[in-house]
Design a protein around this ligand. Structure first.
Ligand SMILES: [Fe+2]
Ligand SMILES: [Fe+2]
Length: 247
């Protein structure tokens, strides 16, 4: 059995950067993929205002998937947007388990600050959530490792080093993040670190097109594809992996 997970990020549903027609194309592409899980790593809005969250919700609702894991980005917690986020999408940090996959989504934001921060108070909870033989996914908005083609490094979580050590020790398989609007994949001690581009905005870096990620897991392989929002795709990682579907 193959499990398909879509990783979407930085949809920024508000003018002047949001591209509504492209957002509908992205929804259509995701529904064609028909994933079991959709993970959205933040920046649903531009400024955290209620009308922006309602707009984001209207697009996310069009995605046909029963299991969506949504966490906030730095733009979502501007202007007390963290309270709007919680009203619409539930708690800012969460754990979900699905047929042998454990997903821990962490809020890496602070109100009205762009810098990332996970915080020592969350480490014990993260470790407990990952005390399992499942395929382990850690999702957050901010990038834990620098991403090329993004200019001067900034906003990386202030405790990125300690969090990376924790995740490697917990034998996390896959880390998902956004924020930089550039897709990229790193390998750190066998842990795959995957950044998503912006899916449907004109906040692009250089000529790097809008995209989202598709993760495919079966009993033998982990495959990751970059899906371009305007069409086409590219295999960006393929590695042997022994995944056992449960439940
Ligand atoms: Fe963003
Ligand atoms: Fe961001």
């Amino acid at each position: 059995m193959k499990v398909k997970i879509v990783h979407l990020s930085d949809i920024h549903t508000a003018n002047p950067h949001f591209l509504p027609e492209m957002a509908l194309e992205v929804v259509e592409r995701i529904n064609e993929i028909n994933p079991e899980i959709v993970i959205i790593t933040g920046d649903l809005t531009e400024s955290g205002y209620p009308f922006e969250f309602k707009c984001a919700k209207s697009y996310i609702e069009k995605i046909n998937c029963a299991s969506k894991v949504i966490i906030p980005g730095n733009h979502d917690v501007r202007h007390v947007g963290d309270l709007c986020f919680e009203e619409i999408f539930g708690s800012r940090s969460k754990v979900r388990r699905y047929k042998g996959i454990t997903i821990v989504g962490i809020d890496s934001t602070q109100p009205d600050i762009d810098d990332g921060h996970i915080g020592r108070d969350k480490y014990e909870w993260i470790e407990k959530c990952f005390d399992t033989d499942d395929f382990k996914i850690f999702a957050l908005h901010h990038h834990l490792m620098p991403v090329p083609f993004t200019g001067r490094e900034r906003n990386i979580p202030v405790d990125a080093g300690d969090v990376l050590e924790l995740l490697v020790r917990c034998k996390v398989d896959l880390v998902l993040s956004g924020h930089k609007h550039v897709p990229w994949v790193w390998n750190l001690d066998g842990m795959t670190i995957l950044n998503a581009g912006t899916a449907c905005t004109n906040r692009m870096k250089w000529s790097i097109p809008q995209s989202f990620n598709l993760i495919e897991l079966d009993s033998e392989m982990l495959r990751i594809y970059k899906i371009y929002s305007k069409g086409g795709h590219e295999l960006i990682l393929e590695k042997p992996h022994n995944f056992v579907v449960r439940g």
